[in-house]
Design a protein around this ligand. Structure first.
Ligand code: ADP
Ligand code: MG
Length: 610
């Protein structure tokens, strides 16, 4: 029988290889961005049209290529990054397989322009489906530009397999994020169909994350740091109360390379044990550094899965580091709506030991005397001229105070003993959001959160400007971590912060040690309050000393005010009402929102067509 085996021509071999490396436009994006990083670029632009199906261009200011290299780079197994098999276990570059460009050139129209710094002229190459079309010299800036057009033009099955532009663009953005998050010291921009989607200046890791995900990302993050012989961890994990339903913001980087690892993901979830709602996913941005010889990156064509020598040890270190961070920052799920708040230990009891109960005997007790006070359903108006509609709420009120027995301790502790004064009229809380209070002309409905913000805002502003706040001493000083910029800001506002009651024991390069807190701030809240404050001040860039104090007072008021959804005891309600009307500007919150409305008896009459 004659022999039938043949060696495949290069262009066919390349197309087959391309099937592994290039699944969709986003794969091209990933390979080109990685090449630009390996070339030492400090500025990388990604330009796409129609989700990369029509055009993908990556422009870098890296080291460029010589004329010979410009030609060679499209050959299969052509790489400048490794020389021998051992190098596979000492990788310091993203690429090493020498396959990407050969693969891409086999399935698209490619145009490359490249110039090295020391060369006068650069090289311009056009290649289509592995065929060299032209090679010229050209006047070019330093660096490399890769243009990939009509991806899969010669593999219709592949092209038809692509998803909608929205989906493919999502994949591109995901790849862009992964690369950008791993390299915060590189300036990245992304344009799609002519508009700029991202412009990420060089920054530190935390700022890069915030720039990528915008919004309030900063306040959601807790830093994590650990250093051992086999693993160094840095980065951030999300506070549990910000956990999401989807797995969008979960990133592991190993030696600056984004990787997927179900096993390490599990280590993080284990650290959050008991802190998350069912199915909620924490955010994490974890940068792991391991000795290169302890990992194998060459187990997957797209290099997103890697094999660790000692996965179990990494798991244990990672889990304990994450647990430590969550604990150190006293992160507890404060916004968990599905939780039964009545079962929680009130904040001010959390650190108290158990007390021995004592028995008090009332020697005047007469079992035959009727006790009206304890009969909650017999209601007597406190004064004769009180509107009768109040009695509609009597049963309700009794129920509520019964059910919320435990949480009373929480809300009444918002106000110190001597602040509680009896108001002349009763108030009612509705929907854990509004306080209703009868007034002479009708009734008043107060938004509890906004009103309390106003009260705290005026109080903090006074404390800051008049330097008169008292402080509660912490038993164990607290260390909180911040970025260099944040530390700079904290140093600037240190005096004002101390006026509110914070006591700073040390301010270091990336952390502060706090030994005293404003009276209203609980230890468990301090990291959230301070991080919120720093992020608010950073957003605002106040222009004068006063506006900085004003922003601080606003931020503290926002963080510490009772929120919608909090049950208030009658005393707490009355306290809010009284204190609100002692404020200079009772009608609006510090954020210019209405704090209360009034409904006159006439208004009510109209509604009833009286
Ligand atoms: P690999 O990255 O695995 O080495 P590639 O096919 O992606 O393989 O690239 C082949 C070679 O082309 C690289 O090793 C590098 O020398 C060169 N190269 C690719 N892109 C660039 C670039 N943007 N700037 C400079 N050199 C590049
Ligand atoms: Mg490469």
């Amino acid at each position: 029988m004659s022999s039938i085996i043949q060696l495949l021509p290069d262009h066919v071999a390349n197309q087959i290889a391309a099937g592994e490396v290039v699944q969709r436009p986003a794969s091209v994006v990933k390979e080109l961005l990685e090449n630009a990083i390996d070339a030492g670029a400090s500025d990388i632009k990604l330009i796409c049209k129609e989700a990369g199906k029509v055009l993908i261009q990556v422009i870098d200011n890296g080291k460029g290529m010589s004329v010979t290299d410009a030609r060679l780079c499209f050959e299969r197994h052509a790489t400048s990054k490794i020389r021998q098999a051992e190098d596979l276990f000492d990788l310091h570059t993203k690429g090493f397989r020498g396959e990407a460009l050969a693969s891409i050139a086999a399935i698209a129209h490619v145009e490359m322009k490249t110039k090295q710094d020391q060369d006068e002229l650069g090289t311009h190459i056009i290649i289509e489906g592995s065929k060299f079309i032209s090679q010229d010299v050209a006047v070019l800036p330093k660096g490399t530009s890769f243009l990939v057009k009509n991806l899969f033009y010669n593999i219709p099955a592949r092209r038809n397999f692509l998803k909608s532009d929205i989906v493919e663009l999502r994949h591109i953005i995901d790849e862009f994020h992964r690369v950008a998050l791993a390299h915060h010291n590189i300036h990245f921009t992304l344009y799609h169909n002519g508009s700029e989607l991202f412009n990420l200046p060089q920054s530190n890791a935390r700022q890069r994350i915030v720039n990528v995900f915008a919004g309030k990302t900063n306040e959601k993050l807790v830093p994590i740091k650990e250093s051992t012989d086999i693993l160094t961890i840095s980065g951030f994990i999300g506070k549990p109360e910000f956990a999401k339903r989807n797995r969008g913001e979960q990133f592991f980087f190993v030696n600056d390379r984004f990787i997927k690892s179900g096993y390490l993901h599990h280590a993080i979830l284990a650290a959050y044990d008991g802190l998350l709602r069912d199915g909620a996913q924490p955010s994490y941005f974890l940068y792991l550094t391991v000795p290169p010889h302890t990992i194998d990156i060459n187990i997957h064509p797209t290099k997103t899965e890697i094999k660790f020598d000692d996965e179990h040890a990494l798991y244990a270190i990672l889990r304990s580091a994450a647990k430590h961070s969550l604990g150190q920052f006293n992160v507890s799920p404060i916004l968990d709506f599905e939780r039964d708040f009545n079962l929680d230990t009130p904040y001010n009891y959390q650190n108290k030991g158990a007390e021995t109960p004592t028995i008090q005997v009332d020697s005047n007790f007469n079992p035959f005397q009727e006790d009206k006070k304890h009969n909650q359903f017999s209601y007597k108006p406190k004064s004769e001229n009180q509107p009768h509609w109040e009695s509609l709420y009597v049963g309700l009120n009794a129920d509520v105070s019964d059910v919320h027995f435990e949480s009373e301790a929480v809300t009444s502790s918002l106000f110190s003993e001597n602040e509680v004064e009896k108001a002349p009229t009763s108030t009612y809380q509705i929907h854990k959001k509004y306080i209703v209070s009868p007034i002479k002309s009708g009734m008043m409905i107060i938004n509890q959160q906004r009103a309390h913000q106003r009260i705290l805002y005026e109080k903090f502003l006074k404390n800051i400007t008049l330097e008169q706040a008292s402080s509660q001493q912490l038993l164990f000083p607290l260390t909180l971590y911040f970025s260099a910029n944040e530390i700079k800001l904290i140093k600037e506002i240190k005096q004002s912060l101390e006026n509110t009651g914070f006591v700073f024991e040390e301010i270091n390069k990336d952390s502060v040690v706090i030994s005293g807190l404003p009276v209203k701030v609980f230890e468990s809240e301090v990291s959230i309050v301070l991080e919120q404050l720093v992020s608010d001040l950073q957003d605002e860039i106040p222009d004068s000393n006063f506006s900085q104090m004003d922003s601080m007072a606003k931020s503290l008021a926002k963080s510490l005010a009772v929120k919608t959804g909090t049950y208030l005891t009658e005393e707490a309600q009355e306290n809010i009402v009284n204190k609100l009307f002692a404020c200079k500007e009772a009608t609006i919150s510090p954020f210019n929102k209405t704090t209360f409305i009034t409904l006159s008896v006439e208004d009510l009459d109209k509604k009833f067509n009286v």
